[in-house]
Design a protein around this ligand. Sequence first.
Ligand code: FES
Length: 133
Amino acid sequence: MSDNIFCRVVRVSDFSVRRLVRAEIAGWPVLIIRDGEDFHAFRNRCPHTGVRMNAARVHEHALVCPHHLAYFDLRSGKCRANPPSGGLDGLPALTRYEIRLTDGWIEIEIEGAPSLGGQTRGEVRIGPPVRFE
Ligand code: FES
């Protein structure tokens, strides 16, 4: 039996097209991204150096790390282009979380979530939303 459950995080109506929300679920930093009609969720850590990507932007269905400009495909999390400076061949993919929409809410599957004690919004800290041009 899986130890994973879906945690209710943010309302769909809180997003506009190409908007990113940062959240922290029991210490797990998460990025939730709307790209058109699709939603994606990743651990908010760049696999290059492990830093958070709070100032990331979305470009051509990719999440662009603000530090060295690696492009990560929003559908798979895989690095699909090296930064202009090069040298990042074989960069691991972003950690992707399963996501579902329920009753107008975005819910994210987080490993070990039962330790949160529930799926209520009160268990989740929501970071300030970041709007993309
Ligand atoms: S820290 Fe993200 S590409 Fe280097």
